[in-house]
Design a protein around this ligand. Structure first.
Ligand code: PGA
Length: 251
């Protein structure tokens, strides 16, 4: 798996469509002429910007939703279904981001329903897992998150996992490259036990948590890590372009 994946998670930013367009255009301009064949680039903007940004997106760059509903349709005020975001042009959906787990009370059971909705709508889920405390027992916490989120899902084919230690998100205090790699290896071992070695070896695993231009290579250039989920540093076009180019020019 030589191809790397970089995902921009804009969270609840920026505040206007105009700014969102400027941010996207800034990155696209910055990448003019760059060779993107060994990189999958994905933007995850807020829902209201999806349709417009899809129109402006050059071919070869994908959109992700930051979440999808646990339900297919119906009387769920405020929810947005997987099929709606698929129809808006998304190929991916982030599911189970720690901000949703810890700030919005999302459980592993809800996350499992969302995974199933995303897959049924033809979206590729990016399942986020990670421990809250730096001292936590990763085997136990990530093992439970994976087993519950993946319950009843028969193939990992369209699934990506993002390892995001909660204490590293938005704190400017990333995990160490060794820590991220050992978590990725642990994830491969756990999913290997649930599925099989072939699926586990071919599963893209990303690192997320205070990734920036200074540290991205130390995470993403490791063989067991297939890319990065970038929050804060994806909101400044110049910074994010730099991150992408560092990963593109890795060889
Ligand atoms: P951060 O966010 O890069 O700002 O730490 C990452 C994420 O939450 O996906």
């Amino acid at each position: 798996m030589n191809r790397k994946i970089i995902i921009a998670n804009w969270k609840m930013n920026p505040q206007t469509l105009e700014e969102a367009g400027r941010l996207l255009d800034g990155v696209v301009q910055g990448l003019k002429g760059a060779d993107s064949k060994n990189l999958e680039l994905v933007f995850a903007p807020p829902f209201p910007y999806l349709f417009e940004l899809k129109k402006r997106l050059p071919r070869g760059i994908s959109l992700a939703a930051q979440d999808v509903s646990f339900s297919e349709r119906g009387a769920y005020t405020g929810e947005v279904s997987a099929l709606m975001v698929k129809n808006a042009g998304c190929d991916y959906a982030i599911i189970g981001h720690s901000e949703r787990r810890w700030k919005l009370g999302e459980t592993n059971e809800t996350i499992n329903l969302k995974m199933k909705q995303a897959l049924a709508a033809g979206l590729k889920p990016i399942l986020a897992v990670g421990e809250k405390e730096e001292s936590a027992d990763l085997t136990q916490i990530i093992g439970a998150q994976l087993a519950k989120a993946l319950a009843g899902i028969i193939s990992l084919e369209d699934i990506t996992i993002a390892y995001e230690p909660v204490w590293a998100i938005g704190t400017g205090k990333p995990d160490t490259p060794d820590g991220a790699l050992s978590a990725a290896l642990l994830i491969r071992k756990i999913v290997g036990n649930i599925y099989d070695n072939y699926q586990s070896e071919n599963l893209p695993i990303l690192y997320g948590g205070s990734v920036n231009a200074d540290n991205v290579k130390s995470f993403v250039l490791q063989k067991g890590i297939n890319g990065a989920l970038v929050g804060g540093a994806s909101l400044v076009a110049q910074d994010f372009t730099k991150i992408i180019k560092l990963v593109m020019n890795r060889e």
